[in-house]
Design a protein around this ligand. Sequence first.
Ligand code: AGP
Length: 372
Amino acid sequence: SAAEKGGYDYFMLKEIAEQPKAVADTLLGRIDAAGSLTLDEVRIPPGVLREVDKVVIVACGTAFHAGLIAKYAIEHWTRIPCEVELASEFRYRDPILDPQTLVIAISQSGETMDTLMALRHAREQGSKVLAICNTNGSTIPRESDAVLYTHAGPEVAVASTKAFLTQLVACYLVALYLGQVRGTKWGDEIRAVVRDLSQISGEVERVLGTMEPVRELARTLAHKNTVLFLGRHVGYPVALEGALKLKELAYMHAEGFAAGELKHGPIALIEEDLPVVVVVPSPRGRSVLHDKIVSNIQEIRARGARTIVIAEEGDEAVVPYADHLVRIPVTPTLLQPLVATVPLQVFACELATARGNEVDQPRNLAKSVTVE
Ligand code: AGP
């Protein structure tokens, strides 16, 4: 009913709008006044976490994209090698697992069969499993050694939005907590990131307030058949997520690529007026990556692409090559996905509406996939 949708036309719109609160709720009570992480609910003793020598993340779909982003954070802040694998591929290749492996299973519903089978397999090999889940008491957390709940509230729309942002927050918390427990040399950076993280909900809110041009743009592209997404570093999984949202909602051919791979094949797809969304890393800090992506934008534009550039406020270098420019707030590189994903969600939702598709219940899809 309209009341359930909180006055929005679709659950998806409501859930997109709820993201600042979902993010804040997922942080709530997990950072103390001194800026330390208090994840007592993660009932894996610090002694065990100090012995972990490998992290393996298993998930499907959007949750898998959260895992891909988590890898950058975990490896950077903890120096523990981290692999991310589609749950449906994981157990069939006899992965190397032992009691020093920490497996993280990410699932909104907690009922995804592939993810459940992957974690069962990991526990049989003696690995510890930490679930990141949005549904209290669901099967995946019940069968795990520990759980960190995302506090997104019920997600009804089939296309995941607020659950994704809170999965990212939970992954950052786990990464920072592992860093804290193990006392890595990134102590100062970890404290700074914790501060930035506690402000990020306000930044998500700010992005939501600037989405009208994105909706307008989506409407002008409703007749297109293909949209490509490019990103680098954590922007690469964001590109994958943008493409997945578009497939699910707009039933358009959409693909995400690592920008550095362009020359190895995908650039052959570029043709006159093809919309290409580019997620640009911050020009600060990792400026090498930034410069490389700016030349990628130049290259595709020279071949006729219609460039839709998502770039940080104050990034002037992209301006000459952007047919459409979407500004996002300045954030630390690793946290950028929390703000960069939002325009892609809005874009896909509006395209679906413009194409007359059922936003909350896309064809052929179920909210949770409980068969293998
Ligand atoms: C996301 O928009 C999808 N509907 C889908 O990829 C989903 O993320 C995937 O099925 C995993 O679901 P889960 O998080 O409930 O395990």
